[in-house]
Ligand binder design. Sequence first.
Ligand code: FMN
Length: 377
Amino acid sequence: MAGSTFGTHFKITTWGESHGKGIGVIVDGCPAGLPLEQTDIQAFLNRRKPGQSRYSTQRKEADAVEILSGVFEGKTTGTPISLIVFNQDQNSRDYGDIASYYRPGHADYTFDMKYGFRDYRGGGRSSGRETIGRVAGGAIAAKILDHLGISFLTYTRSIGPISISKSPEELLAQNSLKASSSILSNPLYMPEEAACTEAQKFLETCMEHKDSAGGVIECIITGVPAGIGEPVFDKLDAALAKAIFSIGAVKGFEIGDGFAAAALLGSENNDNFEMKNNIPVLSTNHAGGILGGISNGMPIIFRTAIKPTPSIASIQNTVNKNGENIEISIHGRHDPVIVPRAVVVVESMAALTLLDLMMEHMGSQLNYLKQLYSHEQ
Ligand SMILES: Cc1cc2nc3c(=O)[nH]c(=O)nc-3n(C[C@H](O)[C@H](O)[C@H](O)COP(=O)(O)O)c2cc1C
């Protein structure tokens, strides 16, 4: 299988299947000297852990991470960091039927067409559990970015038809501690109590009907200096889009005004410049913090559309491996909505992408190289 590695300078390779012995990641390219504890990584993994509410799979997993290498006396050594989470609550019997038919909306059919053989238990490599490795690696990237004054605010904007009313700017205007505690204070990671209550009612109805729901995740990154990203194939927005689209169940990505920009006039969509404290700043942020593939110093704001969980218990039509049309009802423990658990996955992929391009940026000006290598002081 190709394509399990992400990044050029700060690189992760994820491995493992949902019902195998364990799942994990190798992080290569992490600078030496970063203070790193198991708890830094665990805090991120706890945000995607299953079984925390009625709105996630009832699979009970501690998702306890172990650091196998790359850290000595509480600091990274600059060598590959290997992280493992042992799978504990597999119930492969739930998946016996899936071996013989193709679930609508899941990767069963395409995986068979590609490999001719698949680990059908829990979706194997196409399982949401694969994202454990991304989140563990993302926790390290986010910790490095935190040292550079870069922060993330990632939350559920909508579930089904229910959306929060505050704009990203309004959320940013709140004290950031208050904003993040309002996100973490509810099982849907929605930073508005009234919307969260409505969304829970909506999910209860979906569950009664043995159905599932989707939604939108929004991510705001602050503190990113102007100049990050490359102008052609490695544009920051293109790199973010690729990273986010590599997460299962993602069906849309937009930055700044996104699709809404198509209906604006140039005069409405352009962000004007003005001088503030002797530097050019933008007076609005329709672009979402990126121009020409390069960060412009404004907050980076993007949204991700997540589809409804494909495995549902209501009756669906499909075909089995004998070529017969059949009716199925999928059992097993599935997320009635993927959105809340994917919030930290989106944040992790954004952190990995940004850090990688920040490392790339270090060689973009002669002065930067001189600062590092010149003997003249
Ligand atoms: C965090 C997370 C949890 C997921 N949980 C489930 C689940 O419980 N059941 C399911 O059928 N799909 C789940 N998925 C989605 C499938 O992995 C995904 O829909 C499938 O691999 C097909 O890929 P595609 O939707 O990108 O085309 C989850 C995805 C993520 C990111």
